[in-house]
Design a protein around this ligand. Structure first.
Ligand code: THU
Length: 160
């Protein structure tokens, strides 16, 4: 029985100041977007921002609902806003940051499974990878070359 392995590569940037100028401004937009979160139930705020290949940036934040399962994640809000406002413009990168009510998150808070799937759908659609720049409230920044990297064995339209 062959023993198979998966190798995951990402970059860890210790400080915001070591990011490129574009990445810094994308992360700054994610942080601003946090303030637009509607999170009265979890008090956990998430900001996501998207850089498009035409240079435009789009932000999104989590939007909760008293009917809890209806809560919308920041990443998918940003993806939908980008697709609606800039149809068919490929996405270059997404930055994500969070703010928790009772602790300082000092590690990157990774997107949930559904958001990973939505990001992979967009990559499949645009046939180009989406770079991810992920940071907690402070601390190191993880950079992944593609959303696919954080959703191995993903399901996509090629199976249909
Ligand atoms: N949340 C996101 O916005 N993105 C994720 O990837 C994980 C979770 C939001 C949903 C909810 O409003 C709050 O964080 C707590 O789960």
């Amino acid at each position: 029985m062959p023993n198979k392995q998966l190798n995951l590569e990402w970059n860890e940037v210790k400080k915001k100041s070591s990011l490129s100028k574009k990445e810094r401004s994308l992360l700054a937009l994610a942080t601003t977007s946090l303030d637009h979160a509607y999170a009265p139930y979890s008090n956990f705020k998430v900001g996501a921002s998207i850089l498009l290949t035409n240079g435009k940036m789009v932000g999104g934040s989590n939007q909760e609902n008293a009917a809890y399962p209806m809560c919308l994640c920041a990443e998918r809000v940003a993806l939908s806003a980008a697709a609606s406002e800039h149809p068919n413009v490929p996405i270059k990168s997404m930055a994500i940051t969070v703010k928790a009510p009772n602790q300082i998150i000092d590690q990157p808070a990774m997107p949930c499974g559904s958001c990973r799937q939505a990001l992979c759908e967009q990559e499949f659609r645009q046939k180009k990878p989406i770079k991810l720049v992920i940071r907690g409230e402070k601390g190191p920044i993880y950079i992944f070359k593609s959303a696919k990297d954080i959703l191995p064995f993903s399901f996509d339209a090629s199976f249909l």
